[in-house]
Design a protein around this ligand. Structure first.
Ligand code: LLP
Length: 419
């Protein structure tokens, strides 16, 4: 599953003790395992070996250019949702012909950037966006590859904040509207209708929602083909869940077999946009205990990482495993692990049975490779942390810790305030 393991009670990543990396790079810091990233990507990719497919890594899950580069070198494409992600993908050497662009709010300059770069296709999320892309492409003398992002109205049975395929969500276009929009899109001369796309939600741990969505899309593709619309790509989005605690999501090979079975005879190149399943368990956040305290009989372990570094527990009440980095922490306590941010919601674990950490101990927050650093911020003017990639017995800084100067970069004091 992943390459964070114990050697004589001490936590290592691949062939390096976490302690060693933390003492060189400081805390808090994100550590990723190269071997795990590669294994996860290859397992997913190879599960679909029998059918034409592209694995477009969802850059939003972890957008570090070194990590994007790693997947690009494996032949991966990218799923992007902004000009910034497109910039990162290109910097990382991704093949633009394997980039898909999703998201409900693409700006004109972003559409132009994508057209100039020659991406594979836009996953279009509204009738107005379809027209905007057609206009842009016309102005630029280009043809824009498009798929409509269809909202299949299935319940992914996941956290409401990360379910996207229900009809009340802002994402996509409902199936009936999309059929008529495809017919209209056919009249727009600057568009090349390439496919159909969908994404039903994230951290999905059951197979049925994916298959239900696929069945609905198959029906749509049949109707579109009957109208002479040549659908060549079927983009099934991302969303496959991982084990944070006790979840038992289908392994990628089961997911792949079920999808390949259900999409046989469709004659489409399948596109997937996995994020979490590739990077989630390939990264951890390492933080140091600053203080321990007891308030009204409740135990708190105050660490140097806060909700600005890893917001998932605060935002979704999500579970991340907690492990001691050192073998020397004896006994257990029930405590909240909290950060230095001035908000009660600033916690990494709540009412959790954890090792009896003391001041100076290193804590590993597990499964933090997806939507960890990528969602971090400078809130409370905290410099964003370092990211390190471990490969075998070596480790490499893939993002320097920010300095104070970085956090005010771009700010200006107007002249009238200077005197
Ligand atoms: N494709 C599209 C269009 C998406 O919106 C997403 C995620 C993905 C692919 C990748 O989904 P994944 O394979 O990672 O489940 N911040 C939340 C997750 C938000 C997911 C947003 N969309 C979290 O930390 O759980």
């Amino acid at each position: 599953m992943h390459d964070f393991h114990h050697v004589k009670g001490e936590l290592w990543c691949e062939d390096v003790p976490i302690r060693e990396i933390a003492s060189a790079a400081g805390t808090p810091l994100y550590i990723y395992s190269h071997r795990t990233l590669l294994n996860h990507f290859r397992t997913f990719d190879q599960s679909f070996a029998q059918v034409p497919h592209i694995i477009c890594f969802a850059a939003k899950a972890n957008s570090n250019t070194a990590i994007l580069r790693l997947f690009a070198k494996e032949g991966g494409g990218m799923d992007i949702v902004s000009g910034g992600e497109l910039y990162r993908a290109l910097q990382a050497g991704a093949d633009p012909g394997r980039i898909v662009y999703s998201g409900v709010g693409k700006r004109t300059d972003e559409i132009e950037f994508a057209l100039t770069s020659g991406i594979l296709m836009f996953n279009v999320e509204s009738p107005q966006e379809l027209r905007a892309i057609d206009e842009c492409a016309g102005r630029m003398g280009k043809k824009a590859g498009v798929a409509l992002r269809v909202n299949p109205d299935v319940d992914p049975q996941t956290h409401p904040h990360i379910s996207t395929g229900l009809k009340e969500n802002k994402f996509g276009i409902n199936i009936e509207t999309s059929f008529s929009e495809y017919l209209r899109a056919r009249e727009l001369v600057n568009l090349d209708i390439k496919g159909v796309s969908c994404h039903i939600g994230s951290q999905v741990t059951k197979m049925t929602p994916f298959i239900d969505a696929l069945e609905r899309l198959k029906d749509l593709i049949g109707r579109l083909r009957a109208e002479g619309i040549n659908i060549r790509y079927l983009d099934l989005g991302g969303g496959l869940g991982i084990t944070y605690n006790r979840e038992t999501p289908p392994p990628p090979s089961d997911y792949a077999n079920a999808i390949m079975e259900a999409s046989r005879e469709l004659n489409c190149t399948l596109i997937f946009e996995p994020g979490r399943v590739i990077v989630g368990n390939a990264g951890i956040l390492v933080t140091k205990v600053l203080y321990t305290k007891t308030n009204e009989g409740k135990n708190f372990v105050v660490v140097d990482a806060g909700m600005n570094d890893l917001i998932r527990p605060s935002l979704y009440n999500s579970f991340h495993g907690i492990q001691s980095v050192s073998a020397n922490v004896k006994g257990e306590i029930v405590a909240d692990i909290v950060g230095p941010i001035c908000e009660s919601g600033d916690y990494l674990a709540k009412e959790r049975k954890i090792p009896a950490f003391e001041r100076g101990d290193l804590v590993a927050v597990m499964s933090a490779g997806a939507y960890g650093f990528a969602m971090s911020s400078n809130y409370n003017s905290r410099p964003r942390v370092a990211e390190v990639l471990v490969k075998g017995a070596g480790y490499y800084t893939i993002r320097k810790r920010e300095e104070y100067a970085d956090i005010i970069r771009g700010e200006e004091i107007p002249d009238f305030l200077k005197s």
